[in-house]
Design a protein around this ligand. Sequence first.
Ligand code: ADP
Ligand code: MG
Length: 402
Amino acid sequence: MHNVSNDNAFLSSSLKDTIKVDDFTRNLFDLHKRILLEGTAQPVSLGLFRADYMIDKVGDEESLKQVEVNAIASSFGALAPRVRDLHKLILSKYTNVRDLDNRLPRNESTAQLANGLIQAWDMYGVSKSVILVVVEERTINICDQRILEFTLASLRPDIHMIRRKFVDLSDKLEMKGNNLLYVDGYEIAVVYYRNCYSPEAYPKASHWELRFKIEKSKAIKCPSIHYHLAGVKKIQQILTDPDELGKFVSSEESELIRKTFVPIYGLEMNEEGNKAIKFALENPVKYVLKPQREGGGNNVYGLDIVDVLNKVKNTQERESYILMDMIRPPLIKNYIISSGRKVSTEPIDLVNELGIFGVIIGTPNEILCNYEAGYVLRSKKHGVQEGGIAAGFGCLDSVYLY
Ligand code: ADP
Ligand code: MG
C-alpha cells in the first residue's frame, strides 16, 4: 500500500477512467495532484489500515480471500479485544475448555493502533501539540473511538487528543508560521480521520478546500491523501493483475498475496469490459458489483446487478464500478446477541469476515515503521449481503481456533 501510494504515475493511470465518471474519486485525486504541485509541509504519513478477508470454501478446500483494504477510518480495532475478552470470560465460566489463551488468540489491536498514533506524535516532536480526531456529525461507532482514545491516554498521559466534527473545522482551523495547523488554539501534530471517506462528509465545495488545507499543513495525516487513494476499490482491482502487483512487491510476495485474491474485473469501454459485463448479466449471483465507495451499503448483488448494468452498460458510467467474484464462505451455526432484538433460540447460519490491522509510517523515500496490529472478526447472518453491524444484522465476534 505504501509503495502503491507513492507511485504517482501508477495512481494516475489506474484512476484515469474512474475519475471521468466518479466525482468523489476525482475530488480525492485532484486534491492529490494539487499536493504534488504545491507540496505539503509534512513528508511523513501515518496509515492505520485494515485488510479484510473471508474464507472461500470450494469442496473441501478452504482459503482466505481478500474482501478489501481499508485505508481510512478503519474501525473496530478498539472494540475487538474487548469482545475477545468477554468471550474468553464466558467460556471460562461455562465450559471446561482449559487453554483459552490459545483457543482465542491474543489481540492487542487497541494498544498497537494507539502505538501508531503515539509514534507519529513523537515524530512530530512538539510537546504541547495534540492529536485531532476528525469525526462525523453523528458518530455511531463512538465507543470504538473513545476506547482508543482512553488507551492512548493511559499509555501516554502526556499526549492529548481532541475530537472535532469535520464540518465544524472550517471555523476553528488556523494556519500559523510555516503551515503549522492550529485548531481552537491547539497545535495539531496528527490528524486522525474517522470520517471523510464518503461524499456526504463534504457537503460543500469548501470542505474539499478544508481537507486540502489540512493536507498541506505540517500535521501528520492518518491517512494522507495518497494513502487514502491507494485504498480505493479501483486500485484493488488493478492490483489483481500480476504485472501491476509485481511493480510493488517481490515475485515471492506477489505469489503469496495473489493467493488471497479472487478475480476482479474493470468495466472499461473495451473488449474485456464487455466480456465482464456479459458474464455478470448471464450469471449475476456469481458476482458483486462495487462502486468506489466505503462504509457499507453501496454494493450491488444478484438480480440488482442486472438492473444496474443494463442502465449503465452503454455509457462511460459503467467505469465507476468494479465487478468482483463472490467469495463463498462456509456457514457457521451460532447466535447473534444484539441490543433490542430477540435472540433466536436456535442457532442461525453465520458467515465470518476477518480484518487484519496494520500500522505504517513512512515518507515517499522511506518506511519508518510497519507492523501487523491485531485483528477483528465480524460475523453476519448468512444471506445478508452487507456487514451491517450498525444495522444489527452483523456483530463483533471472536476467533476460536480448533
Ligand atoms: P465497504 O467498503 O462498503 O465495506 P466491502 O468491499 O467491504 O465494502 O463490502 C461490504 C461487504 O460486502 C463485506 O463486508 C462483505 O460482507 C460483502 N462482500 C464484499 N465483497 C464480497 C465478495 N467478493 N464476496 C462475498 N461477499 C462480499
Ligand atoms: Mg468493508
